[in-house]
Design a protein around this ligand. Sequence first.
Ligand code: NDP
Length: 330
Amino acid sequence: SKTVLFKNRPAGKPTISDFELISEETPSPGEGEVLLAARYISVDPYLRGRMRDEESYIEPFKLNHPMESMVVAEVVESRNTNFQKGDHVTGMLQWKELQTSRGNGLNKVDTDLAPLPAFLGVLGLTGLTAYLGLDKIGKLRAGDTLVVSGAAGAVGSVVGQIGKIKGCMVVGIAGSDEKVRHIEEEFGFEKGINYNTAKDLKKAIAEACSDGVDVYFDNVGGEILDAVLANINKDARIINCGAISLYNETEIPVGPRPEGILIKKTALMQGFLVRDHVKDFGPALRQLGAWLKEGELTYDETIVEGFEKLPEAFIGLFEGKNMGKMVVKV
Ligand code: NDP
């Protein structure tokens, strides 16, 4: 059975040599344990933060220990009365093909609801992040102009579609013409902006948002945030969900100071962590599931095949290789 270890704390963008693939003996479950076979493994931008030896809202990874993330696994052997062979579960698990668990933190998934990888995306933490970030901080009103960055990604594509469901004008910012076309044609966003080719991003946002920006769902931070802030309306809401443009920086670049704009526009800018809202997961998942069933919401997945591709898939997030949720199929 294969495992991916964390071998080296990267400076800058992670590389394949920061990880090591090893083979181990197949583990066998003790009394009260289950044996889990990973089926789909999530790779996520925030894992980059855990590669730093810094205090954060989640423990840093330890060198020479397995990586971990959310996984959809199948119970292949059970010595725990709460689980049966054949059950599918999600949980924060190690990057191992096979592992044992006492069942703590595992949630059974209803395989009739959606295909397995969806439980790592639209019906998992990324869908919840989109829904709850908008709900708790965004306070969307019909007619608002909503801007979202990382717009063709896992969180961003759900954010924009919820905006459409709520009757907003949606503008998405993404890194390629293909992604821009996709969010306009498949998701019906009013406008997509390619931040890699826009000559003057601030102006491109002003042109796309003729009534200004009421809500900005920020997945990327940095210069894109600066450009959106220059276009906000009175009482705008800015959701600081992610800052992927900074995750590989060794020195955080200094930009224009936001306080002047925030005061003048009496705007709210608030950090958001999905993990602080566990008590709201149930209703949020029911709503996301209902929209999926009604066809109001769709989703993309970039499925990379092969357990040994985990490091490559993870690094691909920082190169914009994915449309929608990036997962590895074991
Ligand atoms: P995505 O599916 O959006 O994948 C990452 C995307 O980020 C890439 O596809 C790429 O798209 C874009 N990107 C990469 N580098 C840069 C850059 N330098 N500048 C701008 N864009 C870049 O990932 P997720 O949907 O899983 O996560 C989106 C964001 O939300 C992340 O910042 C993540 O950390 C955050 N997040 C926060 C949570 C919370 O609780 N606060 C929970 C979950 C996610 P492109 O081609 O467009 O550049």
